[in-house]
Design a protein around this ligand. Structure first.
Ligand SMILES: [Fe+2]
Length: 367
């Protein structure tokens, strides 16, 4: 923290530690509607600040001991807001790099079981959910989407050695850190087979059992969202479903596909979902994404398969209607997805080059 700036890492740590912080988002409403910092307050003063108006916060009151953080898209107009609030005597900082940098913010939620700890690592802005699962000193990571130091530090704090890293599919909304993480910590890198991948990896096979610590996880081929999608079943109890099944919807089948191909992929997704729906209804589904920014509430984003079936009407449709419904509800195409997929085939890019590419909300689901 400087006199005037707070970094993304500092702000996310304070929010995770439940420190009293008032985050004031000064972006225009349409930008905020796309994505926002959970718990932040919108004050619609962007254009006033840009036009040089003074004292735009004159009607707002702040508590004496409260720390305020101002946020805009790239961290420039928020500096003007910060200066105006300082004149009012408010203890205030501007978020360094704004929402553009906030794309890298994250928080965690923990699920504990006998001999097992599942840490859901949430990239809050994009709603990307990754997992580090520890058992008896070893850990397996699924879908790492953040700087690898995040996973390395979590493993270290839990006295785990990361022995396996795997992805549920080739991602289109974020750069997968799987290869980099596995290489750095010398773990086994397991990826869904895809001839476009340009680096060495071990091919995951349907029904394969992957052992770590005192437990194992089973790969289940669930194509549809992508042709290489897998889900992973841990101890017949927890299903890591990637972008095949979410708590409030299912994966989109249209990326890298024309309308006819999307129709075929939607049918394949239906068949894969039937495989999942045949599992015990008590299984807890841990998805690969959520469509809203993830709160700093420590609550795991997951639900029982039974509850998901009860709340997602798509899952009870017969095949033809399912395909029709899916194709009729395709969301906006995610920004930069072709570039991101190409990078994931390659497996290498510097962290700092990713900020602009990965910014914005997630658009992987259909509900
Ligand atoms: Fe995806």
């Amino acid at each position: 923290m400087t006199d005037t700036l707070i970094s993304v890492e500092e702000l996310r740590t304070k929010l995770e530690n439940k420190e009293r912080i008032q985050v004031i988002d000064i972006r225009p409403l349409e930008e905020r509607e796309e994505w926002k910092i959970p718990g932040s307050v919108h004050v619609d003063v962007y254009h006033q600040l840009k036009s040089g108006k003074e004292d735009v916060f004159s009607t707002m009151d702040f508590l004496k001991d409260e720390t305020v953080v101002t946020v805009c898209a790239a961290g420039k107009t928020s500096l003007i807001a910060m200066e105006q609030l300082r004149k009012k005597g408010v203890k205030v900082y501007s978020l360094e790099g704004g929402m553009r940098s906030w794309t890298r913010a994250w928080n965690t939620a923990i699920t504990e079981d006998k001999h097992l700890k599942i840490i859901q690592v949430r990239r809050t802005g994009k709603g990307c959910l990754s997992y580090i699962i520890g058992s008896d000193g070893e850990a397996l990571v699924i879908d790492p989407s953040l700087d690898i130091e995040v996973y390395i530090s979590i493993a270290k704090n839990n006295n785990w050695k990361i022995t396996h890293v795997l992805d549920t599919h080739i991602h289109a909304d974020h750069f997968s850190r799987a290869k980099r993480l596995a290489t750095t910590v010398k773990a086994q890198l397991l990826m869904p087979p895809n001839t476009a991948l340009q680096y060495p990896y071990e091919k995951i096979q349907d029904q394969q059992l992957i052992s770590f610590g005192l437990t194992n996880i089973q790969a289940i081929a669930t194509p549809g969202h992508t042709s290489d999608s897998f889900s992973y079943l841990l101890q017949e109890k927890y299903l890591f479903s990637g972008d095949t099944l979410f708590t409030k919807g299912v994966g989109r089948p249209d990326l890298k596909a024309n309308t006819d191909q999307a129709k075929i992929k939607a049918g394949i997704l239906y068949d894969s979902l039937q495989k999942i729906l045949s599992l015990s209804k008590d299984i807890i589904v841990f998805p690969g994404h959520i469509s809203e920014p993830v709160s700093f509430d420590g609550k795991t984003i997951a639900n029982s398969l039974g509850n998901i079936i009860d709340t997602v009407p798509l899952l009870t449709l017969e095949k033809q209607l399912f395909v029709q419904a899916l194709l009729a509800n395709i969301p906006l195409t995610p920004p930069n997805y072709e570039k991101i997929v190409a990078l994931n085939y390659k497996g290498d890019i510097k962290e700092r080059e990713l900020i602009g590419l990965e910014a914005g909300a997630n658009r992987c689901a259909i509900s």
